[in-house]
Design a protein around this ligand. Structure first.
Ligand code: ACO
Length: 326
C-alpha cells in the first residue's frame, strides 16, 4: 500500500509581535506570571487586512515550492481551522481559489487545536486508498479575532499563524505510519466560542454578553489535555511496536509550556526529543504543529528516516496523534 509522504512544508507568522510587556498595558497581568504559568514570551497578531486564508496561502506557497509542486497538481485541500474567514464557504475553498488549485476538492475540518492532525488523518486516508495523489493540508488560525482582549485568563495564551504540508502517495518506508483520532463531546463547554452560530445568532445583546469570544475553563482543560496527549501518543507508538525511545522528535500541540513539560515527563522523553516554540508563537491552535514542523525542517533538524510524532489536543474535546517516518 502506498503511504502519504510529506514532500514539502511551509509556514507563515504575521509580522506584528505582541509581547508579555505589551499585554501588561492591556490587562492586569505581568510578564513573570505569564512566563511562569505558560512559558509564552510573545505571540504574533495578524494585521487588519490579513485573513486566515491569507496566512494559509502564504504557508501553502512555501510548502508547494519545497515540494516542487504546481497548484494544479493538488487534488485535495483540507484546512484545519476554527477561525475561518467566513462561517461558510470553507476557508479551504478560498485557499483553493487564491492558489489556483483548480483540480482539488476542498473542505475545512473543525477540530480546534487538533485541526491539523484531524486534517492530516483525513488526507492520509484519501492518499492511501488511491482517491488522491497529492494533497495540501493546512492548519491556519487568526485567533486574535475571537479573543476577549479584556479577559486576562485567555488573552495571554493565543497567537496567529499558519503551517502547511504537501503530501504525495508514494511507495516505500517514508510517510504517515498511522493516525489515531478521538473525541469526547461531553467536554464541549470547557473550551468553546458561544456566538454567533445557530444557537446564538448575531445580536447586540450577544455582543454585550461577549458571546463571540473564546471561553475556557483553564484548570480543567489542563488536566484532560495532559492525560489525553499522553494516552494517544502511547496508542500511536503501541500500534507501530515502538516506544518513546524510538521517537526522534515529538511535535506536541503548542498549548503552553507546562502542558508540554508534563507530557514530556510522562513519556520520559529527553529535552531534545520534543520541539517547542510556544515561547515565541503562543498557542496557535490548528496551526501550531505544522508551524513547528516547518521551523524544524528549515532549521535542518529533521533527518531522513526520523520517527516524528504529532500529538494534538483541543476543543470538543478532540485529540489525536500521527506517527510519521520522515
Ligand atoms: N495574569 C495574572 N494573574 C492571572 C492571570 C494573568 N494573565 N490569569 C489568571 N490569573 C490569576 C487568577 O485570577 C487566579 O487568581 P486568584 O487566585 O486570586 O483567583 C490565579 O491567577 C490563578 O489562576 P488559575 O486559573 O488557577 O491559574 P493556573 O495556574 O491554572 O494557570 C492557565 C492558568 C495558564 C490558563 C492554566 O490553567 C493552563 O495552562 N490551562 C490550560 C489551558 C490551555 O492551554 N488552553 C489552551 C487551549 S486548549 C489547548 O490548546 C490544548
Amino acid at each position: 500500500m502506498k503511504k502519504a509522504r510529506i514532500i514539502g512544508t511551509g509556514s507563515y507568522r504575521p509580522e506584528k509581535v505582541l509581547t508579555n510587556f505589551d499585554l501588561e498595558k492591556m490587562v492586569d497581568t505581568n510578564n513573570e506570571w505569564i512566563t511562569a504559568r505558560t512559558g509564552i514570551k510573545e505571540r504574533r497578531i495578524a494585521a487588519d487586512h490579513e485573513m486566515t486564508s491569507d496566512l494559509a496561502v502564504n504557508a501553502a506557497r512555501k510548502a508547494l515550492e519545497m515540494a516542487e509542486t504546481k497548484p494544479e497538481e493538488i487534488d485535495l485541500v483540507i484546512v484545519g481551522t476554527i477561525t475561518g474567514d467566513y462561517p461558510w464557504p470553507s476557508t479551504a475553498c478560498l485557499v483553493q481559489d487564491k492558489l489556483g488549485a483548480v483540480n482539488a476538492a476542498a473542505w475545512d475540518v473543525s477540530a480546534a487545536c487538533s485541526g491539523f492532525v484531524y486534517a492530516l488523518a483525513s488526507a492520509t486516508q484519501y492518499l492511501e486508498s488511491g482517491h488522491s495523489k497529492k494533497a495540501l493540508v493546512i492548519g491556519a488560525e487568526v485567533l486574535s479575532r475571537i479573543i476577549d482582549w479584556e479577559d486576562r485568563n485567555t488573552c495571554i495564551l493565543f497567537g496567529d499563524g499558519a503551517g502547511a504540508v504537501v503530501l504525495e502517495a508514494q511507495e516505500g518506508e517514508q510517510g504517515v505510519l498511522s493516525t489515531h483520532l478521538h473525541s469526547d463531546g461531553s467536554y464541549w463547554e470547557l473550551l468553546y466560542q458561544p456566538g454567533f452560530g445557530a444557537r446564538h445568532p448575531a445580536s447586540v445583546s450577544g455582543i454585550e454578553q461577549r458571546l463571540p469570544f473564546l471561553r475556557m475553563a483553564g484548570n480543567e482543560v489542563f488536566k484532560v489535555a495532559v492525560r489525553s496527549l499522553y494516552d494517544v501518543a502511547i496508542e500511536a507508538l503501541d500500534a507501530n511496536q515502538m516506544t518513546a525511545k524510538d521517537v526522534d522528535l515529538l511535535f506536541p500541540h503548542q498549548a503552553n509550556r507546562r502542558i508540554l513539560d508534563a507530557v514530556k515527563k510522562r513519556l520520559k522523553l529527553n529535552d531534545d526529543q520534543m520541539y517547542v516554540n510556544v515561547d515565541m508563537c503562543g498557542n496557535t491552535s490548528g496551526a501550531s504543529i505544522p508551524l513547528a514542523l516547518d521551523e524544524a525542517n528549515r532549521n535542518g533538524q529533521l533527518n531522513e528516516g526520523d520517527v516524528l510524532l504529532f500529538d494534538a489536543f483541543g476543543g470538543g474535546f478532540t485529540w489525536g496523534a500521527a506517527l510519521v517516518r520522515w
